[in-house]
Ligand binder design. Structure first.
Ligand code: PEP
Length: 252
């Protein structure tokens, strides 16, 4: 089976409501062949509704994701947001385990796994982020680290049909440094083989694995040409319509 590329924009803590709606409107007004690629916007919580409405006005073909969600259903969890809340605002996806959540907010593999299970049980699709630090790469433990994060993040999840993995080497996020296409491919292949071992060959073949870490118009085509790279999770370059569109149309 051939995997449909997914081009996902992680806006992080950028864009207010009006700015976010305008960016989503500008991108979805452009010529995009949604039959050959999926497109996703992950705005801050406060923008999910407005971005979803902007997407709907232009045909409703792009997906909207939250950048995080809490694993409880409701209650006394000040500052947290539930799956039901993001769904009611228009999100069908959620990004979990981003390295900024891990390093700045102290999210562990156990917490991320709880979130993955909760999100899937509520019908959301999940982008699970994994990636090694520079220190881990220099110590030669990058594959071990990434596979451990993958296995722990997916513990107890038998069906991976609504899961996408994003391999994001931490040293490449927002730094302008990109993994070489060969390094990205090697890690993606290792993740796919690992999924084959812990689940099944079929699930390994079907799961999409995105690359993230300074993906931009200049390097998207070469990264996307790697056989196990099925799309991108893009931070900085997803904030400018022209740049993100060039990545969406990486093969044009
Ligand atoms: C990210 O935050 O997921 C990311 C890959 O950021 P950037 O593209 O800016 O490196």
């Amino acid at each position: 089976m051939s995997r449909k590329p997914l081009i996902a924009g992680n806006w992080k803590m950028n864009k207010n409501v009006a700015e976010g709606a305008a960016l989503a409107a500008e991108i979805t007004a452009a010529d995009i062949d949604y039959s050959t690629r999926d497109v996703l916007f992950a705005p801050p919580f406060t923008n999910i509704y407005a971005v979803s409405e902007a997407v709907k006005k232009n045909g409703g073909k792009a997906f909207v994701a939250a950048q995080n969600v809490y694993f409880e259903t409701s209650g006394a969890f000040t500052g947290e947001v539930s799956c039901d809340m993001i769904k009611s605002a228009g999100a069908e996806w959620v990004i979990l385990g981003h390295s900024e959540r891990r390093s700045i907010f102290g999210e562990t593999d156990e917490v991320i796994n709880k979130k993955v299970k909760k999100a899937l049980s509520e019908g959301l699709s999940v982008i699970l982020c994994v990636g090694e630090t520079l220190w881990e790469r220099e110590a030669g433990t990058e594959v071990e680290t990434v596979l451990a994060q993958t296995g722990k993040g997916l513990e107890g999840v038998a069906d991976l049909s609504k899961v996408v993995i994003a391999y994001e080497p931490v040293w490449a996020i927002g730094t302008g440094k990109t993994a070489s296409p060969a390094d990205a491919e090697a890690m993606h292949k290792a993740i796919r083989e690992y999924i084959g071992k812990i689940r099944s060959k079929e699930q390994a073949e079907n799961i999409r694995i995105l690359y993230g870490g300074s993906m931009k118009p200049e390097n998207a085509k070469e990264l996307m040409a790697q056989p196990d790279v099925d799309g991108g999770l893009i931070g900085g370059a997803s904030l400018k319509a022209a740049d993100f569109l060039k990545i969406i149309n990486f093969d044009k």
